[in-house]
Write a protein that binds this ligand. Sequence first.
Ligand SMILES: Nc1nc2c(c(=O)[nH]1)N[C@H]1C(S)=C(S)[C@@H](COP(=O)(O)OP(=O)(O)OC[C@H]3O[C@@H](n4cnc5c(=O)[nH]c(N)nc54)[C@H](O)[C@@H]3O)O[C@H]1N2
Ligand SMILES: Nc1nc2c(c(=O)[nH]1)N[C@H]1C(S)=C(S)[C@@H](COP(=O)(O)OP(=O)(O)OC[C@H]3O[C@@H](n4cnc5c(=O)[nH]c(N)nc54)[C@H](O)[C@@H]3O)O[C@H]1N2
Ligand code: SF4
Ligand SMILES: [Mo]
Length: 718
Amino acid sequence: MSEAAAPTPAAARPAVDTHCPYCALQCGMALRPAAGSGSGSGSGSGGSSGGAVPVEVVERPAFPVNRGALCGKGANAAALLAPGARLTVPLVRPRRGAPLEPATWDEALDRVAAGLSRTAEAHGRDAVGVFGGGGLTNEKAYLLGKFARVVLRTATVDYNGRFCMSSAAAAQNRAFGLDRGLPFPLEDIPRTGCLVLVGGNPAETMPPFVRYLRELRENGGRLVVVDPRRTRTAGLADLHLAPRPGTDLALALGLLHLVVAEGRTDEAFVAERTTGWPEARAAAMAHWPELVESVTGVPVPQLRETVRLFCDAEASMVLTARGPEQQSKGTDTVSAWINLCLATGRAGRPHSGYGCLTGQGNGQGGREHGQKADQLPGYRRLDDPAARAHVAAVWGVDPESLPGPGRSAYELLDSLGRDVRALLVAGSNPVVSAPHAAHVAERLAALDLLAVSDVVLSETAALADVVLPVAQWAEETGTMTTLEGRVVLRRRAVDPPPGVRSDLEVLHGLAARLGHGEGFPVEPEKAFDELRRASAGGPADYAGIGYGRIAAEDGVFWPCPSADHPGTPRLFLDRFATPDGRARFAAVQHRPAAEEPDAEYPLRLTTGRVLAQYQSGAQTRRVAALAAAAPGPFVELHPRLAERLGIGEGAPVAVVSRRGRAVAPARLTDAIRPDTVFMPFHWPGAGRANTVTNPALDPVSRMPEFKVCAVRLEPAGG
Ligand SMILES: Nc1nc2c(c(=O)[nH]1)N[C@H]1C(S)=C(S)[C@@H](COP(=O)(O)OP(=O)(O)OC[C@H]3O[C@@H](n4cnc5c(=O)[nH]c(N)nc54)[C@H](O)[C@@H]3O)O[C@H]1N2
Ligand SMILES: Nc1nc2c(c(=O)[nH]1)N[C@H]1C(S)=C(S)[C@@H](COP(=O)(O)OP(=O)(O)OC[C@H]3O[C@@H](n4cnc5c(=O)[nH]c(N)nc54)[C@H](O)[C@@H]3O)O[C@H]1N2
Ligand code: SF4
Ligand SMILES: [Mo]
């Protein structure tokens, strides 16, 4: 794919079809060698502009999901491919307190391998941990999990997806016996009659997705948005409900109460296709409308209107995103929304159903192939003897040798430097993105060995003893599973700069040093073919999905058990994935947030995203166009609250919780509830939102409560 350096007309430079490096929509795009560029080696020598960018992003209108549309993050994604914009040499810290220094790959990998073995010998295998990411390809996620279970034989492995959609996953497994973010393709959304979107702001988090909402409205469908802020997405809605953060469970139960009270239950559906209704119904009946209004702040007439819109339509859907899910009761909250769908017969039927808008690029596939503490590939359970036997056979190991389930992401981070003493991080930047982040940074610093593989020197990599510079997105091939359950192929379009290796090469190199010369292929397709065998027969069955087929078909929906199986865009139309084929109601009750406002901390803080930054910002803060569009953190608050506290627009304000204090400029808007403040979480330093957030965990999903904690505001001078 390398070409002459002389400028070539665009038409003569073949573009490679691929997908965006960022979110779960995985928009199709194409990469064309930049005019005048060679292949990936480039000539840039660093500097803030990052040297030569080897490819340019161009439209790929034929890919059906986004039809060529991209948000600014995708459109500017190539900037990080410039050699000067990212890491190109391994870094090693000679000793505690010394700065990181360039090293050879052998030095770096030897140091990591020796450190991992030493820790395992001295403190036991579970003292060695692995922390992965939902942005990693299926191939990487699969081999990272295999590395933990087969090479390290540690139970201590989890990943950042725990912070993302784990509550929705747990609730879907509980209700439907299977968790695939959306059980239907996006193209079904414009064909429903009413969509209730709970705690998602796709106008900023997945802009090309908004097309489906527009088409829904054009077709006469109705949109209800539930968000404490009147977001750009809420601006598109027929009805906007603005509950207090952390009260979605009461809201959903109140709606179910009204469904019953108004005689809008689908008794036939409930009888034929569900179990557990009497208990769930009784629980909902305790949530009468006036009580729900007082808990949520949503007026009773709006509750009634929502029920009317939802039940009048012939088909309707509920979609949740991080708003209701990132709570210490996220699982029960999602269950309550699923209950609403089941009671009204809005699940397992065409153009109806519950779905979760998964977030990270491979948030879906990343939770299916074994980097999660309790899982094996194919979405199998680590505590299921048959699953262990199947996967152990593919791996050529004794099932007895596989460790058991380990601790969840936050619990893992919280244990660092105590019982977990060495950690390998790939694809996450918890110093910025984990709750109670100052504590997490302290725990990371207390490790005997921290090794981080990353594209850039993230805030977490900056704390490491060894930093491994890895290839990214356009420099390597791999599959991603989108929020629809569609497995797509990202193709290599450019060579990585010299000095950079792929994550698969890193795992291969470490495994070889730790006595496993075989079993860690460096070719992505070989890794995927092994993943397919490991997943065969499991809930997320990829056996029939090959690279060639993905390319020919614009992606394949799992489950797809054989090469002649068409794939499964729509789940549950005939039966749910439970043993008896029926969906299960969950009898859930409202409960308050782990931390409610009081005299000392009278306000609720919620957190989330802005359009131009991605996650911990490690990548997007380094892209000039994005940094200019969203240069830093802010505190969003209502003008009435600001006036009461004497805080003016742009003035520095401290957000103080029991965990700590974050300072950022005030941004006044009447689009937020006056009892609530909002911060985006994309920045480190003084304005880091996660200094303040509460690591209280959901008892089922182990999801931290990112979306609500008690704070007070103080003018911060300046
Ligand atoms: N620009 C951008 N896009 C992204 C990402 C990014 O970082 N930046 N990240 C990707 C990832 S990994 C994810 S998970 C998705 C997340 O996508 P979203 O879920 O859409 O993003 P958030 O901003 O976290 O939260 C959505 C909304 O929840 C609201 N909210 C806050 N508290 C509550 C509450 O208690 N109840 C309700 N109902 N709503 C509440 C917030 O006001 C916010 O508008 O985005 C993906 N896309
Ligand atoms: N307060 C608050 N905190 C939150 C949230 C919130 O809503 N509020 N949302 C949570 C959610 S939903 C999520 S998903 C998390 C995400 O937060 P993080 O886990 O920190 O996610 P990223 O910032 O995407 O980190 C990915 C890192 O991996 C690197 N990377 C990218 N590609 C590769 C690759 O192929 N290989 C390797 N080895 N590295 C790579 C990137 O450069 C980056 O440093 O944040 C959570 N934190
Ligand atoms: S919406 Fe998501 S996948 Fe699409 S271009 Fe933007 S970040 Fe990339
Ligand atoms: Mo996420």
